[in-house]
Design a protein around this ligand. Structure first.
Ligand SMILES: C[S@@+](CC[C@H](N)C(=O)[O-])C[C@H]1O[C@@H](n2cnc3c(N)ncnc32)[C@H](O)[C@@H]1O
Length: 290
């Protein structure tokens, strides 16, 4: 018999395990034992919306109901954080602009093509930031440039495609860049300028879906920042395999500052820039490999 707490049934340890494993298998996000209460609180509105009385029945719904895949998205949505903003982690972006962009300009001079991937892009601020930095550098103006932003959550992708933002998303944006790359879009809102938007596109993609990742075009640089902090080691390994596969040989991977690959083996080389540490997929033996 479920015990009720603040009007909602308590999740039994077995129900917690089943739900946690289900979320983990879907997207690699690992919910720790001490997050049981948080999980209960966040999922309870889903049970209420569906008229379901306890978490065991909710788990069966997620497994067997015809609506299970939409409901799993809703459950994951309520359990994940989408915190992001423009020009997040400025020291890393400076290193990217000053040290990596010149290398990429030289490397790709023969194709005049550049592909960036913001993996786990949330509501799009990171992908647009990268496009703005490319514009700022003045190096790629007449190149074929694409910045792809992907995320597991369709809700944040809708925001990303709309490209309209308020003060919180802009809190770290330098005023001159705010002036240059945004246009007014109503009270306290701005929209990313069209020429920046033209370089950026968004798609739904689950980084844990190894087969589906084949559809992601090969990139010169992948930003996967503040995504894998929620994954355990096995899920991180899986996702890093995907990213490595979707990077051009010699391409770069930039992680968030709370993340590193120290325990993850030799699939990437560590590159010491003056302003940051980044990772690189090794070149193929005997050539550029492109
Ligand atoms: C905290 S936000 C980081 C956004 C941005 N990269 C940044 O650093 O500002 C993490 C994003 O990762 C996404 N995410 C989590 N697991 C994912 C997965 N398995 N596949 C794709 N995206 C995922 C979440 O939906 C969320 O929008």
């Amino acid at each position: 018999m479920p015990r009720f707490d603040e009007g909602r049934p308590e999740m039994t340890p077995e129900e917690f395990r089943l739900l946690r494993d289900h979320v983990y298998a879907h997207c690699g996000i690992l919910i720790h034992e001490n997050m049981k209460f948080v999980m209960e609180r966040r999922l309870w509105p889903r049970l209420e919306a569906l008229g379901i009385q306890d978490f065991g029945s909710y788990h069966r719904y997620l497994r067997y109901d015809a609506q299970r895949s939409a409901e799993l998205e809703a459950a994951v949505e309520s359990l994940t954080t989408h915190e992001t903003y423009f020009f997040r982690e400025p020291a890393q972006l400076k290193a990217f602009r000053e040290e990596l962009l010149p290398v990429l300009e030289k490397r790709n001079a023969h194709t005049r093509r550049l592909r960036l991937w913001s993996a786990g892009c949330s509501s799009g601020e990171e992908a647009y930031t990268l496009a703005m930095l490319l514009k700022e550098s003045g190096r790629f103006d007449d190149w074929d440039v694409e910045v792809l932003g992907t995320d597991l959550s369709r809700r944040v992708l809708t925001v990303a495609r709309r490209a309209e933002y308020g003060p919180s998303a802009l809190r770290a944006t330098p005023p001159d860049l705010l002036e240059r790359y945004f246009v007014p879009a109503g009270v306290n809102r701005v929209r990313v300028r069209d020429d920046v938007r033209a370089w950026v596109s968004f798609g739904h993609h689950n980084l844990s879906d190894v087969a589906g990742s084949q559809l992601v075009p090969r990139s010169d640089v992948v930003f996967c920042r503040n995504v894998m902090i929620y994954f355990d080691l096995a899920a991180r390994r899986r996702v890093l395999g995907v990213i490595r596969d979707r990077l051009c040989p010699g391409g770069y991977l930039l992680l968030g500052h709370a993340e590193n690959l120290l325990s993850l083996g030799a699939d990437f080389e560590l590159v010491h820039l003056k302003g940051d540490l980044v990772y690189r997929r090794p070149e193929l033996p005997g050539g550029e490999g492109r």
